[in-house]
Design a protein around this ligand. Structure first.
Ligand code: AHM
Ligand code: MG
Length: 334
């Protein structure tokens, strides 16, 4: 039997992957691992600790926050701040980015963007939620205060990205641009172990994931693509199977392991869709491409979009490359 490899060991062994490796990114990934364990513990105890339910407050998107949204946000911020590998952090839950200005952050080269608790409307009904993160090298000068432009970089500039999925098991999946690996948490031991080495989309996929309640609002091309997935054709195993949890991380993780396509397109009431380019689309796109898939806004590669705002949204189509290309074809202007 092969010796189990912990996430900590794996990160250190693969430090050579990092373009500018000096150990900081290794330490940063370890800090994310630690914060993830803490959030996982809170989620598992959520019912017991009476921390389920909504707050009266709303986040910057005008959405009511669940209590665990705030708890997860605080855990990630304090853990990452205390360890000094980043100079600033932006969170889906906060209107502005947070700059860290203590002595330990002075020489930090990285900034991080997080969606601390993705799919949080699912918490109270015990459905899988996740955390998504995206790491960039700052563009501002080391030693000077971080600036918004450190965050407003296209996805192709990411140096690492990943997610934690709090499902039947808790799994951390990440990439530094050299493939995608997944690590399952063993709560008895308190460690993540390599369980999904070199994840790749299977060659074929037959799952489609989309909130069809919004169908009436979708562009014609998307409607036609959805109809295409539902048509009978035994050559490419259609009709496809519909699976949608409303937790992006869960829908993406399943489709990446089993093959399929996820769509959150623009609609008449949401001209740029719902998902946030910086906190959700870009990190998932980096992972997807590294696993052999493709992510597009229907027209261009997600990771090439130059962001203008921290909280901007983008239409999002993600999955097996040939399925995303098929959807794009349907969306081409006639
Ligand atoms: P959140 O980050 O506030 O939880 O919102 C993002 C979530 C995604 O996880 C999911 O794919 C999508 O919103 C579901 O939206 P909808 O309920 O409109 O289908
Ligand atoms: Mg989210």
């Amino acid at each position: 039997m092969q010796r189990p490899i912990t996430l900590g060991e794996f990160i250190v062994e693969n430090q050579k992957d990092f373009q500018y490796a000096k150990g900081e990114l290794t330490a940063l990934l370890s800090s994310i691992k630690l914060a993830g364990k803490m959030v996982n513990e809170k989620i598992n105890k959520a019912g017991l600790a009476a921390i389920l339910g909504k707050m009266d407050s709303q986040n910057v998107q005008g959405e009511t926050q669940a209590r665990l949204d705030i708890i997860a946000n605080d855990i990630f911020i304090s853990t990452l701040k205390n360890r000094g590998e980043i100079c600033a952090l932006a969170s889906e839950e906060l209107e502005e980015y947070v700059a860290f200005d203590e002595e330990i952050h002075r020489n930090a080269k990285y900034v991080i963007l997080i969606d601390p608790l993705d799919g949080s409307s699912n918490i109270d009904v015990d459905i899988t939620v996740g955390t998504i993160f995206s790491i960039y090298r700052r563009v501002s000068k080391i030693g000077e205060p971080p600036v918004k432009e450190d965050f407003l970089q296209p996805g192709i500039k990411q140096v690492a990205a990943g997610y934690l999925i709090y499902g039947t098991s808790t799994i951390l999946v990440y990439t530094t641009g050299n493939g995608v690996n997944g690590f399952t948490f063993d709560p008895g031991v308190g460690s993540f172990f390599l369980s999904h080495p070199q994840i790749r989309f299977p060659e074929k996929g037959r799952i489609y994931s989309v909130n069809e309640g919004n169908y009436i609002h979708f562009p014609e091309g998307v409607k036609k693509f959805i109809k295409w997935t539902q048509e009978f054709d035994e050559n490419d195993d259609r009709p496809f199977t519909s699976r949608y949890t409303g937790s992006l991380v869960a829908d993406i993780h399943r489709n990446m392991l089993m093959g399929g396509i996820y769509l959150y397109p623009q609609g008449t009431t949401a001209p740029n869709g719902k998902l946030r380019l910086l906190y959700e689309c870009n990190p998932i796109a980096f992972i997807t491409e590294q696993a052999g898939g493709k992510c597009s806004d229907g027209n261009q590669r997600i990771m090439e979009i130059v962001p203008r705002e921290l909280h901007e949204r983008a239409p999002f189509i993600c999955g097996n490359s040939y399925l995303v290309e098929k959807a794009e074809k349907f969306m081409e202007p006639c």
